[in-house]
Design a protein around this ligand. Structure first.
Ligand SMILES: Nc1nc2c(ncn2[C@@H]2O[C@H](COP(=O)(O)OP(=O)(O)OP(=O)(O)O)[C@@H](O)[C@H]2O)c(=O)[nH]1
Length: 603
């Protein structure tokens, strides 16, 4: 079989003409098989399956094979387009080589466009706009021409001549804005109807210092939810001076709705800063909602440690099926969460500082073999009543970072009785916050250049004294509001307090108590300690394995007073209806607190 012409000649020669004479092709048609046809033919001929005598397939045809063919994807350079990286060292050496070449006057760089010149040139304009501005100011106009005596630069045209004018213009702008709003409402046919949005639009918002947004970031909330999710018991730490203000309602609601199986307990910390009676009243009030404990965090002179441990132990026995329980501490910044953990561990395991935001991330601490504690960074939940000054006075904001702290001293003075401020700073006769700060600055020698008083400097001192408990204050519980002068009652009744003034009073009181014969109450503590010895045996079980390095030691005295307090101070959350019973309970709690404080002082 040959090609067209040859084949035709053969057929002519042999006299074979017409159809049905083999694979004769008509001129004009493709003689050769195309790829598709070849494939089909191959499948029919070459790829036949082998069968045995019975007709069963013994070897499958290639197209019948179930083996996966080996496939390879051809590598392509384009895949690596976005990953052209160079190490810093290589870049540095490349830069120096090119710089050497470029700075050589006898040579020059060819084909510059082939080089990544943006990498080679040192980044000069790091500061972007600043650099640009400096260039304009200094390069295009040298310093002497811009600012010096020969300055040629034109003064900026301002359409006000004094600070009063400027202030007046601001008020004028506000009026114009309100007029424009009114006009827009008239045009839209809504005149006369007042909506919340309009009200909001009328009050121009002022820029807020970023420091007041601390404790509200997404990161902090993530930390909080991590702690809540991993805890079986949540200790909500409150500042005893302002328990309602330091309650995180949104967190409580979240636990109530999303995790009702978790136990929430209020810990009223810093009870040493308020009178026992007030603490007892707060405990009674808060216990109606959740179990509440009074606590004074201090490694050497704590209160409520034993009762808290007893409570946690009860929770752990509730979950006896679990290997261990986790106890998370949540609350506003600076309420003493880390201090409580340190008190329970009897050694500084968490960082404690008198400034907010010391705890940055959650932290696991082993309390006992079966109880783990989780420290959480302080959170400031969204609360419309938490204005900047309120947040600052709660201690949730670092005073050092506030730009003009003097403006918040007014609020501080409003919360404290004047005589306590007078006694703390040994000052008298101010009329308002400004004169107070001025007098204090002069008394403390905090003066700026030219003898100007450093108002912001002393304001920081006052705010810190207020937050740290040197200036006595507390918010009165609802029932106390009746006793018109709450601060008065409180301060006279209070004992231990941070700072000089408290030390003075403490000295007086210690003297008085030394003179007084020992009371039955005073003697009660050691007796209780003996009673508790039995319990200590099974405590040891829990503490075993930690007794050497990790374990916490609970001293007999501490345990004794608090073991008793556990019943007195931890109420199970039932509402107390009967007034007489309430009175009795308040008395009992305040007695227990006073007794514990006395015991602490004696120690
Ligand atoms: N007087 C008194 N001060 C306390 C008590 N507990 C804590 N403090 C003080 O309160 C300050 C804050 O304590 P921290 O334990 O750092 O508070 P925190 O809640 O962990 O704070 P963040 O790290 O901001 O979350 C420290 O200066 C403590 O000494 C207490 O019971 N009484």
């Amino acid at each position: 079989m040959g090609t067209h012409k040859k084949e035709n000649n053969r057929k002519m020669r042999e006299g074979k003409t017409g159809d049905g004479m083999g694979n004769v092709k008509v001129k004009g048609e493709n003689f050769y098989r195309d790829a598709k046809k070849v494939k089909v033919l191959k499948r029919l001929t070459d790829g036949k399956a082998q069968r045995n005598a019975a007709g069963d397939i013994t070897k499958a045809a290639s197209y019948q094979s179930r083996d996966r063919p080996v496939a390879r994807v051809e590598p392509n350079r384009k895949w690596f387009n976005a990953t052209r990286v160079i190490s810093q060292d290589a870049l540095e050496s490349f830069r120096s080589a090119i710089n050497a070449q470029a700075s050589d006057p006898t040579t020059y760089l060819m084909k510059q466009n082939k080089l990544p010149l943006s990498l080679i040139e040192e980044q000069k304009n790091v500061n972007g706009l600043k650099e640009h501005a400096a260039k304009i100011a200094v390069e295009s106009q040298p310093f002497s021409e811009t600012f010096g005596p020969k300055a040629q630069r034109k003064r900026v045209k301002l359409n006000f001549s004094s600070a009063e004018d400027l202030a007046g213009r601001t008020a004028q702008m506000q009026d114009d804005y309100v007029d424009r709003l009114e006009q827009a409402r008239l045009l839209s046919g809504k005149s006369g109807e007042e909506s919340d949005e309009d009200e909001e639009a009328r009050t121009l918002t002022t820029a807020r210092e970023s420091v007041f947004g601390k404790g509200t970031s997404k990161r902090i909330w993530n930390e909080l939810y991590k702690v809540i999710d991993s805890s079986d018991v949540i200790l909500h730490v409150l500042d005893a001076r302002d328990p309602m203000g330091t309650r995180c309602r949104s967190v409580e609601k979240y636990i109530r709705t999303e995790a009702p199986h978790k136990h929430l307990v209020f810990v009223l910390n810093k009870v040493d800063l308020i009178p026992s009676k007030v603490a007892a009243t707060w405990i009674r009030l808060l216990s109606k909602e959740y179990p509440t404990l009074a606590f004074h965090a201090s490694i050497n002179n704590s209160f409520g440690k034993g009762s808290l441990i007893a409570l946690l132990r009860q929770f752990s026995s509730l979950h006896s099926d679990r290997k261990q329980i986790s106890v998370g501490l949540v609350g506003y910044p600076n309420v003493g969460k880390s201090a409580i953990i340190n008190t329970l561990r009897n050694k500084p395991v968490c960082k404690v500082a008198p400034i907010a935001g010391e705890t940055k991330v959650w932290q696991y601490v082993t309390l006992m073999r079966r109880i783990y504690m989780i420290d959480c960074p302080g959170v400031c939940p969204p609360n419309p009543s938490d204005t900047d000054d309120v947040l600052l006075m709660k201690g949730s904001i670092r005073v050092e970072n506030v730009e003009y702290p003097a403006q918040y001293v007014d609020g501080v003075l409003a919360r404290i009785k004047q005589k306590h401020v007078e006694r703390t700073y040994e000052l008298k006769g101010w009329t308002d916050a400004n004169t107070f700060l001025e007098m204090l600055a002069r008394a403390k020698g905090r003066l700026l250049k030219g003898g100007e008083p450093d108002m912001d400097g002393v304001a920081k001192i006052v705010l810190n004294d207020f937050i740290r408990g040197k200036l006595p204050w507390f918010s009165a519980p609802p029932s106390h509001e009746k006793t018109e002068d709450a601060t008065e009652t409180g301060v006279e009744g209070r004992e231990g307090r941070l700072g000089e003034m408290s030390r003075k009073r403490k000295r007086d009181e210690t003297g008085a108590s030394d003179r007084a014969p020992s009371t039955a109450e005073g003697d009660a503590a050691p007796a209780q300690a003996d009673d508790d010895d039995d319990d200590d045996e099974d405590e040891d079980e829990d503490f075993e394995g930690f007794s050497d390095e990790e374990g916490i030691e609970i001293d007999a005295e501490d345990d004794s007073d608090s073991a008793e307090d556990a019943q007195t101070l931890v109420s199970d959350g039932e509402a107390i209806e009967d007034d007489a019973a309430v009175e009795d309970e308040v008395l009992a709690i305040s007695k227990a607190l006073a007794q514990a404080k006395k015991a602490g002082k004696k120690k």
